[in-house]
Ligand binder design. Structure first.
Ligand code: UD1
Ligand code: UDP
Length: 360
């Protein structure tokens, strides 16, 4: 059995890390194919170094471009590698352009596809991620659903039951494997001059927010309001995508502390001791939930509805008054929810299922 792990962006590296560690531990014949969608050191290399992952055997250096060009470059590059290597199965994780291109290239070559984090839906087809995840699910042979809810979604779309496996989300594995190390080694709070529970943590990078001047402006106004109301720092490790747009739109958030994107251990440290997290990220909504930190999602929908149902998260959209109201509501809630994303053994389960080759 030969496995190709295809990845291309920050969240894919982090969420694939427990699977890669499991493949290493079992001495499976596998290789990593990096699409190069993310290439800046602090969105890419830093995670390989910190999580002690082996180097990718291939890097397609696809870098940034329009959706069509980026997807096409990856599609062509992946096809070439798969033809040379002839793996039995490829694994992709999540919903980026790298995921769709990897899955599509493999399925056309009749190579099996395993989709990690299958069955998520925002039901918003304006989002590139929604198109990517639907298409990837529908050409996959193994669908690793993080929860019972996502399994039901896949069944409702006609995916055969035998292809779906509820495994939990590998982000829980990644958190459990790294949280203690992050607490022991961390000095991010000292470096920023902030104290536990006395700051807000923010990330915004999704296309629907960062590329839309009105929405991005409104969110930043909301953050200024929150900072003023609570007299607390708002820390925003800013994704280069958002940095670029902020400069193009000439936006200057007055009360928000912008810092460069940080490594995973530092980000875990910042998340775990934040008073509250505001985000449009998928992975950050999950991490806040697992870490027991209240979350306000700066979007109109989420493909992680489990977090809303258990009360760890709330949808605020982008209006400043609604953002403030949601922060106040979340801070008045008890954070006694139980993590719905699994027990931290998703990576082990996923590799076990593939090695047994038991899909229907
Ligand atoms: C991509 C994913 C998004 C995911 C995010 C994770 C798609 C369609 N989007 O968004 O779902 O949440 O990754 O972080 O696949 N840039 C750099 N350095 C890099 C990478 C990007 O400076 O290493 C800048 C470039 O200006 C680039 C912009 O970010 O044009 C957007 O990059 P891209 O990979 O297209 O999308 P992301 O916003 O990173
Ligand atoms: N993350 C990080 N440093 C940062 C911001 C985020 O390591 O400065 C991690 C975070 O812990 C999570 C992942 O990046 O695991 C989420 O990725 P992102 O928000 O870029 O993408 P999404 O999950 O929205 O696809």
């Amino acid at each position: 059995m030969k496995i190709a792990v295809i990845l291309g962006t920050r969240p894919e590296i982090i969420k694939m890390s427990p699977i890669i560690k499991e493949l290493e531990g079992r001495q499976v014949d596998y290789f990593i194919l990096h699409t190069g969608q993310h290439y800046s050191y602090n969105l890419d290399r830093v995670f390989f170094e910190q999580l002690k992952l082996p180097q990718a055997k291939y890097n397609l250096d696809a870098s940034s471009d329009s959706h069509a060009k980026q997807t096409a470059k990856i599609l062509i590059g992946v096809e070439k590698v798969l033809q040379e290597e002839s793996p039995d199965i490829i694994l992709v994780e999540g919903d980026t352009d790298s995921v769709l291109a990897g899955a599509l290239a493999a399925t056309k070559l009749h190579i099996e596809v395993g989709h990690v984090e299958a069955g998520l839906r925002s039901y918003d087809r304006q989002m590139p991620e929604e198109i990517n995840r639907i298409l990837t699910d529908h050409c996959s042979d193994y669908l690793f659903a993080p929860s019972e809810k996502t399994r039901k979604t896949l069944l409702s779309e006609g995916i055969p039951e035998g292809k779906i496996f509820v495994t939990g989300n590998t982000i829980v594995d990644a958190i459990y494997q790294n949280l203690e190390i992050s607490k022991e080694s961390g000095n991010s709070l000292t470096a920023l001059g902030i104290k536990p529970k006395e700051y807000f943590l923010v990330t915004i990078h999704r296309q629907e927010n960062a590329d839309n001047r009105a929405r991005f402006t409104s969110i930043l106004d909301g953050l200024n309001t929150v900072a003023t109301e609570f007299h607390l720092p708002v820390i925003y490790p800013i994704h280069p995508h958002s940095r670029k747009r902020m400069s193009e739109f000439n936006l200057k958030p007055r009360k928000v502390t912008l810092i460069e994107p940080v490594d995973f251990l530092s980000f875990l440290e910042l998340e775990s001791t934040a008073r509250l997290i505001l985000t449009d990220s998928g992975g950050v909504q999950e991490e806040a939930c697992v870490l027991g930190v209240p979350c306000v999602t700066l979007r109109d929908n989420t493909e992680r509805p489990e977090t809303i149902e258990i009360g760890s998260n709330i949808l605020a959209g982008t209006s400043p008054s609604r953002i403030l109201e949601c922060v106040q509501m979340m801070l008045s809630r008890q954070n006694t929810w139980v993590n719905p994303f699994g027990d931290g053994k998703a990576g082990e389960r996923i590799v076990g299922i593939i090695m047994e080759g038991k899909h229907g």
